[in-house]
Design a protein around this ligand. Structure first.
Ligand code: NAX
Length: 325
């Protein structure tokens, strides 16, 4: 077996971590022939719970699990790592506004951004903890790690969108491609059914119910997280962990010729998005493992209006944390 790949996971005693750690440790993400060393980061109050998670990981006797490091210090967790999955953050409490959440979580990502300077040269940083786009913006701006190594997760939104379009058209998930979710992982995101394809054809040719697409579909995707909380009493965890696996895989494996995927990355100005914002964009991974933005997708005036709403939301979030950048 080769040298272990070192993966840091923050919020490692939380719900999403509980769904992803065992899949990574079992070799499902980086391969059955690639040992993995997990650096598990938590806050001091959760270290005891984390020790229980570590016991369970050990008790699985995964051949690919080369070792575990448990810590409440980001500098320790990020030392020499190849991947950082930043899942940990404070949840939104009752009566808390989005701006409050941004201000509470922002400082965490200042410290973690600086600590990422200890990671390996080829590190990739994936932010899942909410508000993930702006947390990613803060970490990126406080780190010497190159901007193109940072991304925030829109994949759950992409997967939710695909499942809905497949269900509506009575076709398998694999029939849906080019599912772009623009902007922010928030309820102002715009899941772009106009550019989606089903069996290679525009989705709007197979699903002709425009009212459903514009009103029901968009709102269902935007509000899906809230619907899960309402039904389950807890936020999406297994599906979020699954999306994080898909997100990492999409960054590693070349994208199929006839597709693209959605992730929030540092804008270079495509589609009129301010350079430097962490914005959900259509991406492709090249054969050499780097990403390119798919340019030239058309937005109807109706779609452009949705796009502008989420762009303005992210500009506002950036303004709220400007002293942290
Ligand atoms: P949990 O509350 O179960 O777990 C979060 C964990 O993070 C806790 O164990 C907590 O102690 C830890 N934590 C808090 N501050 C930390 C810090 N400074 N360093 C290290 N660990 C820290 O939440 P969970 O359900 O696992 O969700 C985690 C985050 O993912 C939340 O912010 C949630 O909103 C976000 N989500 C993001 C999604 C996305 O698509 N981007 C979807 C799912 C999820 O809502």
């Amino acid at each position: 077996m080769s040298n272990p790949i070192r993966v840091a996971i923050s919020g490692a005693a939380g719900q999403i971590a509980y769904s992803i750690l065992f899949r990574i440790a079992s070799g499902q993400l980086f391969g059955k022939d690639r040992p993995v060393h997990l650096n598990l980061l938590e806050i001091p109050q959760a270290m005891n719970a984390l020790s229980g998670v570590a016991m369970e990981l050990e008790d699985c006797a995964f051949p690919t699990l080369a070792g575990l490091t448990l810590t409440d210090q980001a500098e320790v967790a990020f030392d020499g790592i190849h991947w950082a999955l930043l899942i940990g953050s404070r949840p939104r409490g009752p009566g808390m506004e989005r701006a409050d959440l941004i201000r509470i979580n922002g400082p965490i990502f200042v410290g973690q951004g600086k600590a990422l300077n200890r990671s390996a040269d080829d590190v990739r940083v994936v932010v899942v903890g909410n508000p993930c786009n702006t947390n990613c913006l803060i970490a990126m701006n406080n780190s010497d790690v190159p901007n193109d190594r940072f991304s925030a997760m829109m994949r759950l939104d992409q997967n939710r969108s695909k499942a809905l379009l497949a269900g509506k058209s009575h076709l398998p998930i694999t029939a849906v491609s080019h599912m772009v979710v623009w902007g922010n992982h928030s309820n102002r995101q715009y899941p772009d059914f106009e550019n989606a394809r089903i069996n290679g054809r525009p989705a709007t040719e197979l699903i002709t119910d425009t009212a459903w697409l514009r009103e029901s579909f968009v709102a269902l995707v935007q509000e899906r997280g809230a619907a899960v909380i309402k039904a389950r009493g807890l936020s999406s965890a297994a599906s979020a962990a699954n999306a994080a696996m898909d997100h990492v895989t999409a960054l590693i494996e070349p994208t199929a010729d006839n597709d693209c995927f959605s992730a929030a990355v540092c804008s270079h100005g495509a589609y009129g998005v301010d350079a430097g914002l962490i914005f959900g964009l259509p991406l492709r991974t090249r054969a050499n493992g780097t990403q390119e933005v798919v340019e030239g997708l058309a937005l109807s005036p109706w779609a452009q209006e949705k796009f502008n709403i989420v762009l303005n939301e992210l500009r506002t979030e950036r303004d709220v944390v400007k002293d942290l950048l």
